[in-house]
Design a protein around this ligand. Structure first.
Ligand SMILES: [Zn+2]
Length: 215
């Protein structure tokens, strides 16, 4: 009898600790995904741009393409935003910060550091913000992370200033894209009408004949 009582107590303790971890937000991979009333997550069809002002963008070199039949001549699964240093980075859609991955591109890329941020919109759609400050300094990588206004588990709203951008060298940019069911998709499929018009306007400021995407 004493042995059974101990087993029951152990099971209860394990259950309470597990419940505490979930309630404490340590486990953010929620199935099913639940916004708890923050926004309608049934479909992403209202995505906005991720800059506050067109004047924050220094240049525009490549958008989304599924083949090399595009002005930049190569397959590219996102849109690159070349911000001026310290510009505001805006959330294009609401969501839950799922991961912040620190990467080293290795010797072929001079050990440049990137920080990939995934913000989940719903159970299948995520926005990815690939911060590429164009540096091989771990101090500057840490500096970019310190300029984030979020951590894993933070809920963001569309239009929030989620970060300031660190431009350590001339090619610094954010590689921005939408992943649905594990596949990079054409961002145009998710933009609001105003978001589409604003982004196309930005692109035409630099390249009057370009489109946003070349699917
Ligand atoms: Zn890119």
């Amino acid at each position: 009898m004493r042995k059974q009582a101990i087993i029951i107590i152990v099971i209860i303790v394990i259950g309470l600790v597990g419940f505490g971890l979930i309630q404490g937000g340590l486990i953010v991979d929620q199935f099913p995904f639940d916004t708890e009333g923050r926004y309608d997550s049934s479909e992403l069809n209202d995505m906005g741009v991720i800059y506050a002002n067109r004047s924050d963008i220094e240049s525009y070199n490549e958008g989304y393409s599924e083949s090399d039949s595009c002005p930049w001549g190569f397959i590219h699964n996102g849109i690159d935003f070349f911000y001026f240093n310290n510009s505001d980075v805006i959330a294009g859609a609401p969501g839950l910060v799922e991961r912040i991955d620190l990467n080293d591109w290795g010797p072929e890329a001079a050990h440049r550091y990137t920080i990939n941020v995934e913000i989940k919109f719903n159970g299948t759609v995520s926005l990815w913000y690939g911060f590429e400050p164009w540096t091989n300094s771990t101090l500057q990588q840490a500096q970019q992370v310190a300029m984030f206004n979020f951590e894993v588990g933070t809920w963001v709203a569309k239009g929030d200033v989620i970060a300031n951008f660190l431009s350590a060298a001339g090619s610094a940019h954010i590689h921005f894209g939408v992943v649905q069911e594990g596949v990079w998709r054409d961002p145009v499929l998710y933009l609001s009408t105003s978001g589409y018009n604003e982004l196309l306007g930005l692109i035409h400021d630099f390249h009057p004949t370009w489109d946003i995407s070349y699917p």
